[in-house]
Write a protein that binds this ligand. Structure first.
Ligand code: SAH
Length: 389
């Protein structure tokens, strides 16, 4: 095989099994510089020892993402079919209905690739130059393993810019973009072309299921509701009133539609959450259950301090509108804040709001979002739930 080889001069983490090799851990000579972004390479130690097969992009801090821990592994339709079958077997054992994240990047051995399944419709997110080059093999493998009716390619993640890729959304097979998601016994409408990310956030499934039964007969504030993942399930579980706050008008419109599909109602409020929480607090409004699941406040490592302060402030403001004896859930989907730091900021927010309570749940994403054991960053979702005094 005439495959190019990347030599690791450092890279202890990769040698011990991590799938990431950073650009300061490899030898960069003229030959390496001439390798096109996304090219499949072998990675070896200076002693020639095999580290694995991966793809290279010198434009990125993570220069090589490994697809296998053997060298010379063929990356083709068969490779993706094998990964898919493995992932599918796990999901089939976890869920009775075909609605889940089917492939979760590094957690499923396919860095840069995320696929969500909605029955016979799939949304495929390609985030790196390496995976972009494999598009044909990925789509062929999907046909072979699942023969989906509709496949929508979401090649519009902001991170693509850093990889030197353009941004587009394309229906590569079938038609239609609005589908019904079945989750926790509720039906939600999702727009897979226009919606955020892949159109639906499966990662919060278990946290929604935890919170909803607590809402029976109580009032709920679903802040950063998107299309009502939490709020609608709470309404279905018998909540007295559900207010969904989001800055996106299309997301709130879908939330209302989904509420009707479940014969419940929600009150949509288009607003900035920080401003709305301050308004509600000033008016003395309180909710029995408050949920806040914001967009990432720590987008990169350099945002850790300001982002952490934002989580603390959100916790303070959200606690202020939580009724005595109420439940408060705070979430973070930032890869770049460790779970302990997030929990510590939330705890400080409560203190500043002069509220006390007990932490009753600390959780992450559901098991269809597997975490690479040597890549704690892939456990991006954190949720803390407090029972307040
Ligand atoms: N809880 C949702 C997912 C939330 S995603 C679920 O269960 O599906 C984050 C949401 O925050 C997005 O819908 C986005 O439109 C919204 N958002 C981002 N910035 C906002 C702001 N400043 N105020 C209100 N909503 C905001």
């Amino acid at each position: 095989m005439s495959r190019k080889t990347i030599i690791l001069t450092k890279g202890r983490r990769a040698r011990l099994g991590s799938p990431w090799i950073f650009s300061n851990e490899i030898r960069i000579d003229e030959a390496t510089k001439s390798i096109a972004p996304g090219t499949i390479v072998n990675a070896r130690g200076e002693d020639g020892r095999s580290v694995g097969t991966g793809y290279l992009n010198l434009k990125c801090l993570i220069a090589v993402r490994l697809l296998s821990d053997d060298c010379d592994v063929a990356i083709d339709e068969e490779f993706f079919a094998k990964r898919l079958k493995h992932a599918l077997a796990l999901r089939d054992s976890l869920y009775s209905r075909p609605f889940y994240r089917l492939l979760h990047a590094e957690g499923d051995g396919v860095p840069g690739l995320v696929i969500d399944r909605f029955g016979d419709t799939l949304t495929v997110q390609i985030g790196t130059a390496g995976m972009e080059k494999q598009q044909g093999a990925i789509l062929a493998a999907l046909d072979k393993v699942l023969s989906p009716a509709t496949v929508i390619l979401r090649a519009d993640a902001p991170s693509r810019g850093l990889e030197g890729l353009d941004s587009y959304v394309k229906t590569v097979k079938g038609e239609g973009q609005r589908i019904a998601v079945e989750e926790n016994g509720a039906r939600y409408i999702a727009d897979l072309r226009e919606g955020q990310k892949t159109g639906w956030y499966y990662d919060q499934r278990d946290n929604r299921a935890f919170v909803a039964p607590l809402a029976k007969g109580r009032t709920v504030l679903d802040a950063y509701s998107y299309t009502g993942g939490f709020g609608i399930l709470a309404a279905k579980a018998g909540a007295k009133e559900v207010v969904c706050v989001d800055s996106s008008v299309p997301a709130l419109a879908l939330a209302e539609e989904s509420a009707r599909a479940n014969s419940v109602s929600i009150k949509p409020v288009k607003a900035d959450v920080f401003e709305e929480l301050e308004r509600l607090a000033a008016r003395g409004e309180r909710f029995d259950i408050v949920l806040a699941d914001p967009p990432p406040f720590v987008k990169s490592k350099k945002d850790l301090e300001p982002g952490s302060r934002a989580y603390r402030k959100l916790a303070r403001l959200a606690a202020a509108v939580t009724a005595p004896g109420g439940i408060l859930m705070l979430a973070s989907c930032s890869h770049n804040i460790p779970a302990e730091r997030f929990a510590a900021e939330c705890a400080q927010g409560l203190v500043r709001s002069r509220r006390q309570g007990a932490l009753i749940r600390q959780a992450g994403a559901g098991p269809d979002h597997p975490v690479h054991p040597l890549l704690p960053e892939s456990a991006y979702l954190k949720a803390v739930v407090y029972a307040l005094d």
